[in-house]
Design a protein around this ligand. Structure first.
Ligand code: GTP
Length: 210
């Protein structure tokens, strides 16, 4: 019988804020959504859900007021480099088995994200990732710190460097999140802002949130 119990109060959170933002044409973390940056909005949503919070990117973001952790693995591993940096960061903190990651470009992610993901963790090496409408969102995941070194070596040696390939090798539960009711239609809480058009759509969603 598995008697592992996740310490819900010990979970650190990491905002993935690296990458090229090529579709947006400028750094997504500092893009303004109704007067506040995406980074500010995502930090505000994550902070009450975690024990400590850090921002991760391949290079230090401008005017970052939070603890910053850089990518560690060389090369262009994309979000996976951020997930690895988050796991390695968690491993340096005493008493931490799992670390949660969120994406800087999803300002409407659930306020109960960590509670739902944590409920799926029943072993020290278990991974939980979010999904909505049948699509998985691995950047919203609860990651075991004990897999940090394995992920690092795999990123360096595997040509494909995709998050989903890593997930296939491990014990993963996908946690399905419901759509969020608004005064208009239902909003996918993992709606992400990749382009200027997405930003305009996010502004429309903000006006109908309840
Ligand atoms: N730490 C880190 N995070 C990354 C990296 N690339 C992407 N991300 C993050 O991963 C999430 C998804 O990023 P994408 O939208 O796929 O990539 P992007 O580079 O931000 O944007 P595009 O260039 O438009 O594809 C976002 O939270 C990014 O900040 C990276 O190299 N390092």
């Amino acid at each position: 019988m598995n008697d592992f119990v996740l310490d819900r109060t010990s979970i650190p959170g990491v905002v993935l804020a690296g990458g090229r933002s090529s579709r947006m044409g400028r750094d997504k973390a500092s893009v303004l959504l109704n007067g506040r940056t995406l980074l500010e909005r995502v930090v505000e949503q994550l902070e009450p859900q975690v024990n400590t919070l850090a921002v991760n990117a391949d290079a230090t973001p401008e005017n970052c007021r939070h603890s910053f952790i850089p990518d560690i693995v060389p090369g262009k591993a994309g979000p996976m480099a951020g997930i690895h940096a988050a796991m390695a960061y968690g491993a340096t903190l005493g008493g931490v088995t799992h670390v949660v990651t969120v994406s800087v470009d999803s300002p409407f992610f659930p306020g109960d994200l960590v509670d739902w993901l944590a409920a799926a963790i029943d072993a020290p090496d278990k991974i939980a990732i979010a999904s909505s409408e049948g699509r998985s969102h691995p950047v919203f995941g609860l990651w075991p710190v004990l897999l940090a070194d394995e992920l690092a070596s795999w990123i360096v040696t595997d040509e494909r460097r995709r998050v989903l390939d890593f997930l296939l090798r491990h014990d993963v539960t996908e946690v399905a999140f419901p759509l969020r009711p608004t005064r208009a239609s239902l909003l996918d809480p993992f709606f992400n802002v990749n382009t200027p058009d997405d930003l305009a759509e996010a502004e429309r969603w903000l006006k109908v949130l309840v």
